[in-house]
Write a protein of this length. Structure first.
Length: 144
């Protein structure tokens, strides 16, 4: 029986910069791409990512909100195995600059040089419904 809870998952996810975001492509296939969470993981079940409005994934999310995020942690203290996390959830596209500002970090200026005022920027909010995790021989699932 695992004693890992949502706070443990949140701490692990915050230490992982990149996740793979998988969406449903127009042709019915699964499309995946790396996304940086910039440590912005407030895990009561929400993850936030910035993207370009013209990106395929934005249209894919607008057509089908069901997405998956996958994370791979690093080795823990004393050689503990890494944690792998799969988050099934629903994504929403946000176009509100005030909401952007709540989640903006200076690291984003590299891709979006005008900050929250960069033309064509959107934010993707993924709200988790189910989280599955693995660490060594231990695995478990949390409903959110």
């Amino acid at each position: 029986m695992s004693d890992i809870n949502l706070a443990d998952i949140s701490a692990e996810m915050a230490s992982i910069d990149f996740a793979m975001l998988s969406t449903h492509a127009a042709n019915g296939h699964i499309a995946s791409r790396p996304m940086s969470n910039n440590g912005d993981v407030e895990y009561r079940g929400d993850s936030y990512y910035f993207a370009w409005n013209h990106a395929h994934m934005v249209g894919e999310i607008e057509a089908n909100r069901n997405v998956c995020l996958t994370f791979q942690g690093s080795r823990g203290l004393l050689g503990a195995p890494p944690m792998y996390i799969a988050v099934e959830g629903e994504a929403t596209i946000i176009r509100d600059k005030a909401v952007f500002a709540e989640h903006w970090t200076s690291d984003l200026d590299r891709w979006f040089p005008d900050g929250v005022d960069t033309a064509g920027v959107v934010m993707i909010n993924v709200r988790a419904k189910r989280i599955h995790y693995w660490r060594g021989e231990e695995e478990g699932e949390l409903s959110v």
